[in-house]
Design a protein around this ligand. Sequence first.
Ligand SMILES: Nc1nc2c(ncn2[C@@H]2O[C@H](COP(=O)(O)OP(=O)(O)OP(=O)(O)O)[C@@H](O)[C@H]2O)c(=O)[nH]1
Ligand SMILES: [Mg+2]
Length: 318
Amino acid sequence: MTAGTSPSPTEQRETPHRSGFACFVGRPNAGKSTLTNALVGTKVAITSNRPQTTRHTVRGIVHRPDAQLVLVDTPGLHKPRTLLGERLNDVVRTTWAEVDVIGFCLPADQKLGPGDRYIATELAGIKKTPKVAIVTKTDLVEPEQLAQQLIAVDRLGKELGIEWAEIVPVSAEGDQQVDLLADLLVPLLPEGPTLYAEGDLTDEPEQVMVAELIREAALEGVRDELPHSIAVVVEEMLPREGRPADRPLLDIHANLYIERPSQKGIIIGPKGRRLKDVGTKSRKHIEALLGTPVFLDLHVKVAKDWQRDPKQLRKLGF
Ligand SMILES: Nc1nc2c(ncn2[C@@H]2O[C@H](COP(=O)(O)OP(=O)(O)OP(=O)(O)O)[C@@H](O)[C@H]2O)c(=O)[nH]1
Ligand SMILES: [Mg+2]
């Protein structure tokens, strides 16, 4: 072996393996779930242009030779108007108290507002956890506007006494700097072994993912208060009996809940077309997720004012 090919002393010293949790926080619609999916490289969390799409923490796992980065996507922190809203905010606060790194997402295309400031003020109180400011959706703005936003975020940190470990501009949809963000988060994790098996991309139960895909399809094209009123529960997933081994079929029974009888018509649509559309769209995604043909039996039910009713919330899993 020649001297040139032998490993140098620094190469011989193994870089330590790191593992840990980074959560994404930010106001609703900031792009947290889209960024989580982009980092994981597959869809683990549903997304939509309606605020408060995410309603529970979703873990997405990034596997690298040097590290395992577990992303915890959280609901958008907002001023709660319902008991559900309060519960969602509680989930966020519990999460950021538990993680190794906090990624604070701020969209590039919107000036920093009271919502961002409110979250930043709370983050300032969590001294021990490193915080990375992530300016999202950079594909939507010109370089000049992006520069202004980066300066504003830097200033916000100084004003509130937050020392950003990094300020990173990214575009999850434009795939800009997503890998760089992972590179910057990893050194902030503690040294440790892998926490999840290789190939595990999330720990979401299948039944929950299926319900979420149905809700995502149902959110498309609905406006005003309706997105908040929709909840989906998968009641049963069973392989159809008597099918030949090479042509399996999975029966999925799901209920789509709304809050008032008057919302039923909108969800179902003229001659049932809208509901049918939701079924067709989500079924395609469910089949891709589970890798098997699916028969989706979807019913619309009213759970009166469920966002404000503790008993109903419990039934719906909150
Ligand atoms: N152009 C562009 N749009 C984005 C990007 N990231 C997210 N979006 C869009 O922004 C909207 C909100 O994205 P989400 O990822 O659902 O936002 P969120 O922060 O998870 O929202 P909540 O779960 O409601 O708190 C969706 O319509 C996304 O398609 C991006 O990098 N570029
Ligand atoms: Mg989300």
